[in-house]
Design a binder for this molecule. Sequence first.
Ligand SMILES: [Zn+2]
Length: 118
Amino acid sequence: MNAPDPTNVYDVVGGMFEQLAAAAARHRTEKERIRKERRSTPEARRRRSDAAHQGWESRRAREKAERDADARKERHYPTGPTCDGMDTHPVAGEIFCALDPDHNGDCDDMNGLTWPAP
Ligand SMILES: [Zn+2]
């Protein structure tokens, strides 16, 4: 491009915009370089790796909790006839025994609560 004519306002303003665009491009390039540099330090790599491991651990823990909850739910609903034992629990309210009608020992709702058989 030709040198801007200082008497032509369009040249002057256009030149300023070109300088601004060049400065913005330099700024962007520099920011990207700094970002890459920062992300490639051993500490940053270790932090990312630790975060990924932690993420996988919490995912595995959540999936295990879901499997356990499913297993508990299946255990909670008996398929055959059950003991008629009932108890009241301060939190769970009325709870029913899920064991066989002729079971021995305490009643059990198969959800972690037990009480003496009637
Ligand atoms: Zn029972």
